[in-house]
Structures are given as C-alpha cells and as structure tokens.
Ligand binder design. Structure first.
Ligand SMILES: Nc1ncnc2c1ncn2[C@@H]1O[C@H](COP(=O)(O)OP(=O)(O)OP(=O)(O)O)[C@@H](O)[C@H]1O
Length: 609
C-alpha cells in the first residue's frame, strides 16, 4: 500500500453512527423537567433537608458582609461616639457563628445531594437497561453494541455531576445572585445600580459565546462516542486483528479518533475558559466604579466607609456565581445532550410488542405451522416470500439452502424475534402474536451456531436454560449430552469460571454446553443452528449422539450443515431466495435431482477435492 493510500485509510471515517449524532436543538426545557422527575421519589425525604441546608448556607453567606458593614460603622469607626471594642467582639462572635452554621449546612447539603444524585443515576441506569432488554432485534440490527454501551455508561455518567452537585449549586448561585442584587439596591440604590451597569454588557458577550460552547460540547460527545464504538469493536475483534496483523493500522485509526476527540475537547474547554476573563474584566470594571463612585459618595456623606467595604465584599461574591453559572451552563448542555440520547432509547417502542389482551400460551404439544409467511428486514427486500409449512409434534425438520436463502429468518420468526409482514406462525394452531412473548419463548428453545457463554461458572451457564434447575439437574443434563467428562476434567469441574464468550473452551465443548443448556430448559420446540466449524471426529461423534438425545421427542428445526444430521431428519426443506423450492427425505430429493442434489454434490465435491 502506498503511503498516501495508507494515510487516507487512517483518516477514513469509520464508526459513523447516524443514530448517535447529537441533534442540534435549542435548549429543551421539557426534557430537563422529565429528567427531574427522577428526583421525585426522594422529594419527600431528602429534598426538604437539602433545601433547608441550601437556604441556611446562602443566608449566612449573604449576612456576613452585612455584619462587616455594621462592625465598621458601629464598632470601629462610628459616625457618632467612640469606637466600641465590646460591639466589635459581638460582631466578630456573630460572624464566627455564621461561618460555623455555613460550614455545617454545606457539609450536610453535599452529603445529601450526593446521596440523591447517586440514587437518581442508579434508577436511570436501571430503567435504561430494563428497557433495552425489551427492545426487539430490529433495534439492535441498526445499532452497533458500542453505541448502546455508551448510552448506558457514559451518557448516564454525564448526568451524575448534574444531579450530585450541579442542580443545587445552580439554585444556590441563582439565589445568591438575586440576594446580592436586592441587598445592594436596597442598601444604596444609586451605588448598587452603578456597580451593576456592566452586567448587561457581560450578558451580550456571553450569550454569543454560549451558542458556540453548546456546539463545541456536543461535538465532544460525538467524538467520544466514536472512540467508544471503536474500542468496543476493536476488543471484540481483537483475534481477527491479531490474526491479520492489523494492530498497527488499527492503532493508527484509534490514534486518529483519539486525536480528534482531544482536539474537540480542547476547543470546547478553551471556549469555556473564555468565560473567566470576561467575568474578570467586568468584575474589575465593577470594582473600579465602586471605589470611584463610592469614595465620591463618602465625601458627600451619602454613604459610610463600612458600606463601601461591605459592598466590595458583596461584589466579590457576585461575580463568582456568575462565573460558575457559565461553567454550569456547559455542564448542563452536556447533560442535556446525554439525556436526549438516553430518552431516545427509553422512548423506543419494541417493534415486537404484546397485544393488550395477550394471554400465556398454554403448555404446547409442538405442532408448528407457517402460513403464507412473508417477511422483509428492509422495505422492498423480501427475505421470505410466502412460506407454507406444516410440522407435526415431534418431527425433525432440516432446513437447507444457499447462504442468504432465509433459513435463519424462518427461525427468527418462530421465536418471534420479528413479526411477519404477512401470514402467520402458529403453534398448536395458535397464532404466536396473540399470546405473551415469554410464554412462546419459554417453550421454544434455541441453540445458536455462535454459542454464547456468559462469564460465570460452567454450572451457571448450563442453568441459564432454567434458573430453578437444581445442581443435580445440571449434572444430569451434562451427562445426557456427554459433556460431564470434559467438565470434570476442568480445574474446578462445574465451578470452573469461564470468561465472557467462553474463550477457555473449545468449539466442540461450547456446543456440548449449549446442548446441555437447551436440554435443561426442556422446550417442546427446538431450533438449532448447526455449527459449520469442523471439529475432530471424536467430538463430532459425541455431538451427533448428544444431538439425538436433545432432539428426542421434540419438534425440531435444524439449520443443518452436516450430512449426517440432514439424513436423520424426518423431512428436509430446501430454501432458495426466500421460498421453499423442494421438500422430502434425503433419498427422495436426491432422486429428484433438483437444488438439494446440487447442494449435496457441491458439498461432496468440496470434501473430496
Ligand atoms: N438483520 C438483518 N437485516 C437486514 N437484512 C438481513 C438481516 N438478516 C438477514 N438479512 C437478509 O435476509 C436474507 C435471508 O437471510 P438469512 O439469515 O435468513 O439467511 P440464511 O439462509 O440463514 O443464511 P446463512 O446460511 O448464511 O446463515 C439475506 O438476504 C440477508 O442479507
């Protein structure tokens, strides 16, 4: 590859997830209100405490400069009479008391806001996860796992700051600002007004800045989302990356996404920082006006020295919250972008939904019929074009056909992972759309080609088929599919911990485990997507034997790849481009010399080549 080409490839935009793009919208108040409904459960117990602490903290902060004014004007330099040490001690004592109250109020407030914040985040994450589990396959078809992950982790975390301290700080800052304005204007209207003349100017400048800051932070979130998606995909595909020695290329791409992210972050953060100098300049102008106009007012006797010092104190407390509000605005924007993405998921309706009057499917015999079944994943591209098939309870059906012919799609519809566009799937004559999802799926077992092993013990992985199965049931199921021996050879037997996706187990072992899992669930109807990977003859024989036991007495549909499985089936159904083109036994179909014969000949040629 030329260097130019390689550089182009590094910069190529991968992981562009449309649904993750933050939609540019003005500040969404309704959404903020919805977010706050998560605080409702705590409104009775904790929020009143926080509010009281907040009022105490702000009130004491506002009272301290007033005491300074009084201390100077009445104790240190009174207009009439002598300075009074006892009065000074009294004001100093009062100030110390106020500082102690302020410290206690803040400590309690922080403690309770943290508690509320953590619980809100916990509830939100719980809701989100519960909802994601309900969503249909169509939802996951459209989204890479990484982008779903980001919403449950990063986006929820982004709200953490807002709920722990953000909201309360925001409220306190607002109350403090209003309090100071009122105090200044009431105490000396003219001087108060003069100091605040710079405020409108600051608002004009900062409003212009705010819009740019909003875009900048949204950009940061998009870039972060891309890093996460890439990371997730890279880790999942690590074996392929290493096998093709693509680590360098992959790293270059990661670095590229990482760089873009840090640049976006720097840009947003620099804009955020721009608030600081604006505030400082305005604050300096305000102080200048205070001392210039204030000393003029002292000379004319309109105000006292104490008032000037007190005002200077208030002014110090005035710009701090404004500065924080600027920072807070950015935080609020991040939180809004995140909550938008979270609610987008929470509002997503499962495409496969239960009817309001859905009842549980009674215990089934296992007759299955597909009636004129039409289905498409994407509009205008039919994956099934009118499937008609009647299967009696206990029969084994092998589904064969070229890749993409629709075998897995039929199985997806039988599990009701999708609903058909036309026609119906019936079990014991009952349309599966009219009954509850759980009652269908608990009676229809699935063994997928890519056997998913969860992190946990071998025992837990088998028990996944039926959570109330006893340890003895687990061992019996493992023995029945001939998995017991290899499990006992593992370091801790049934308690051996396997990692996510079962990387310590071989392909054959994973298949046997998945058979045991299906056996323990004991479904009347079983769907099996036979693994294509070739395994050694001994394991192959074990799997064949295990399969026989697994299929015994159940209605079974096997997306079959092994000739031995196909031969043992009661009926072979041949699919082509979403239609059934042939069906019958192996011998009948071979005699017919149609698609099936072609498939078998091709397989035979491949094996003997
Ligand atoms: N999630 C999906 N989204 C969009 N199209 C899909 C999806 N899954 C399958 N298809 C399309 O539907 C058609 C049927 O696919 P299906 O997976 O049922 O084939 P198959 O016979 O099981 O293939 P294979 O033997 O390779 O597993 C194919 O054209 C495929 O591209």
């Amino acid at each position: 590859m030329s260097e130019q080409q390689s550089a182009r490839n590094d910069k190529r935009e991968r992981f562009i997830y449309k649904d993750d793009d933050v939609i540019e919208k003005p500040f969404n108040w309704a959404q903020l209100a919805r977010l706050f409904t998560y605080m409702k459960p705590y409104s009775k117990q904790m929020i009143p405490i926080v509010l009281v602490m907040m009022v105490l903290g702000t009130a004491t902060r506002l009272a301290i400069p007033a005491l300074i004014i009084l201390a100077i004007d009445e104790a240190i330099a009174p207009k009439v009479g002598e300075p009074s040490l006892s009065k000074l001690y009294m004001y100093a004592g009062l100030m110390i008391a106020l500082y102690i109250i302020q410290w206690a109020a803040n400590t309690f407030r922080i403690k309770y806001t943290n508690l509320i914040g953590q619980r809100v985040i916990y509830d939100l994450r719980k809701d989100l996860f519960r909802h994601i589990q309900k969503l249909s396959f169509r939802f996951f078809d459209k989204r890479p796992a990484g982008s779903v992950l980001v919403r449950v982790t990063n986006d929820v975390n982004a709200l953490q700051d807002l709920f722990t301290n953000g909201v309360v700080n925001l409220l306190m800052d607002c109350v403090q600002l209003v309090g100071i304005v009122v105090i200044l204007l009431l105490w000396n209207f003219k001087l108060g007004l003069a100091i605040m003349v710079t405020v409108p100017l600051m608002f004009v400048v900062s409003t212009a800045l705010r819009k740019r800051i909003r875009f900048a932070w949204q950009d940061v979130r998009m870039k972060q989302s891309r890093i996460n998606a890439h990371l997730n995909e890279s880790i999942q595909g690590m074996r392929v990356t290493q096998a093709y020695t693509q680590e360098k290329a992959n790293f270059k791409f990661f670095n590229h996404v990482n760089n873009i992210n840090i640049k976006a972050w720097n840009r947003a953060s620099a804009m955020n920082q721009a608030f600081g100098p604006i505030i400082e300049v305005t604050s300096a102008i305000g102080t200048l006006i205070l001392f210039w106009y204030g000393s003029h007012l002292i000379q004319t006797g309109a105000i006292t020295v104490g008032l000037l010092v007190g005002f200077a104190n208030y002014i110090g407390n005035f710009w701090d919250p404004i500065n924080r509000l600027g920072q807070m605005y950015a935080q609020l924007l991040i939180a809004m972008a995140s909550s938008e993405r979270i609610f987008e998921f929470i509002d997503e309706k499962p495409t496969v939904a239960e009817l309001p009057d859905a009842r549980p499917l009674p215990a089934i015999r296992g007759d299955v019929s597909f009636e004129n079944l039409v289905f498409e994943y994407e509009k205008g591209r039919p994956a099934l074009k009118g499937i008609n098939l009647n299967v009696k309870a206990g029969q084994t059906i092998a589904l064969v056909g070229h890749t993409g012919s629709g075998k897995s799609t039929i199985m997806n519809l039988l599990c009701r992972f999708y609903d058909p566009v036309q026609g119906a799937v019936k079990i014991d004559g009952i349309d599966i759309r009219s009954v509850t999802l759980d009652s269908v799926r608990s009676q229809v077992g699935v063994v997928l080609q890519d056997t998913f092993i969860f992190s946990g013990s071998i025992r837990d992985n088998i028990r996944f088929g039926r959570l109330d199965a006893t340890d003895d049931d687990v061992v019996q199921a493992a023995k029945a599919v001939d998995a017991h021996d290899f499990i006992m050879d593992l370091p801790d037997g049934y308690d051996t911990q396997v990692q996510e996706r079962g990387s310590v187990l071989s392909m054959g072992q994973r298949q046997l485990l998945s058979f045991a899992r299906a056996l323990i669930a004991d479904p009347r109807v079983l769907i099996l997507d036979e693994a294509t990977a070739s395994i050694d003859t001994e394991t192959e024989l074990k799997i064949q034997e295990a399969l026989k036991k697994l299929l015994m007495g159940r209605t079974s549909f096997i997306v079959a790849h092994r000739l031995s499985t196909i031969r043992n089936a009661d009926r072979i159904v041949v699919l082509d481009h979403g239609s059934i083109v042939e069906q019958g036994t192996h011998d009948e179909l071979i005699r017919h010399k149609g698609t099936y014969n072609g498939l078998i000949e091709a397989q035979y040629r491949f094996l003997t080549a």
